[in-house]
Design a protein around this ligand. Sequence first.
Ligand SMILES: [Zn+2]
Length: 513
Amino acid sequence: MRHRQAVTIVALMLTTLAATPVGTESVDWTVVARIREEGLQRSRVMDFESYMTDVLGARLTMSRDMQRAQQWAAAEMTRIGLVNVAFEPFMDYGVTWDNEYVSLHLLEPDYTPMVGYPLAHTTGTNGKVVAEAVIVDVQSRADLERYRGTLRGKAVLVTPPVRINTDAMAVGTPRLTDAELAALERTVIVPPRPVAPRVVRNPDLLTAIEKTAFYAAEGVAVVLQSEGGGVGSVWGFSRPGAREDGWARAGMLASPAIVAVTPEHYNRMHRLVARGVPVKVEVEVRSRIGERVEQAANLIGEIPGTDLKDEIVMIGAHFDTWHASPNSSDNTSGVAVALEAARILKAIGVKPRRTIRVALWNGEEQGLWGSRAYVRRHFGLPRDSLNPPKPAYEKFSAYFNQDYGAGQYRGIYLQGNEAARAMLTAWMEPFRDFGMTTVSNQSVGSTDHVPFDDAGLPGFQFIQDRLPGSAGHTNLDFLETINPSDLMKNAVVMASYAYHAAMADARVPRKSR
Ligand SMILES: [Zn+2]
């Protein structure tokens, strides 16, 4: 009896929620209260975050790791209660690449294990190799002659010693100060970008691709390098030329083994060689390179709309990461927030008028490939005769993205869309106590809301507190970079923005063009 009564009450509440349209610039405080309660008292955001970080790990675009992780995410979306969960392949994306093993040691003059990670899309070493380290400074074609025939079997140190950014040693989650938020709130008129003078490349200078090809042709045992960063941290990036050859198997196999080393270990080797002390290293890298070209896919799921179900509100984040760590902040945290926002809305049983679509993008780190292809295919592009705007273009409301680390939302960037100011400001009101107060006219870039904005569709990033020395893209981006309460609040805010955008009398207005 108690049980049945409870069910009836829930059913009544659901009916009420479904029947309350939200004015364009008003807030549905009843639903906000339920979103806050679900998201702050029964949050699952750290379940998502820790599973992705600890169990799934790094998710390089077009890797077995990524494919396995996407299967988990699809299942999780279904468990949450999203419908139309689907992989959407968007491009032939070369062959898979996964690092399976790396071992790097200084043998002489003083034994120590060293920390390094292979660049993505490079080949491995031929088993365990012991090699003498030499400094190589190849910049011009003339330099090639200086080194030709001298590098076979050597471990070549190809970058100059790096400076360590000690600012990155700070830990914690400092908040944006009032002054910083006020500065963001100030309208900044950005002058039109001056036309950049055409850069004429000195044909004598070698490109990174040409240098890499030279090391391979000379038969080096391994290329060692360091691009700097914070203490103990290695940037995980990609072989020069991988993009140009379309992540091709032949390109990967033809590359030398290239290992990025922590600044401390790299600098020590460099100093020793410069001092004339013989340096011997032992290195082994095994990477698994796929046999055939495969399609990279985005992952999509939906909370279906009701009377306006053809109109779309989107939330999302990029699911792919660089490969040297699980990238707990970049962008595992954005994915956890998007999944949790969707879970909250399903858990409280809202029936949005517009469809709320969750997108977990792929190929972001190499150039926003997934979101760009998605916008082109689903909505079309103005001024692109090959991909003209589709009916869905007019029906689109807004996209909300998270990708500036794992810090708490403190406001939202209008992306220059003054027409959206009233709506986005009104929906912020329930989260003053989170410190979410700032609307900035500024435009920000480098992530998946950009293709929407470029197409003239409302696409937004939240203003976020920054973790100093953010570990994104490095080998050190683990669960320790995460402040759980920040992510809980972010998910609540994202859920509420998605809900209000889905319920408002009008779609989020666009910039006039
Ligand atoms: Zn990112």
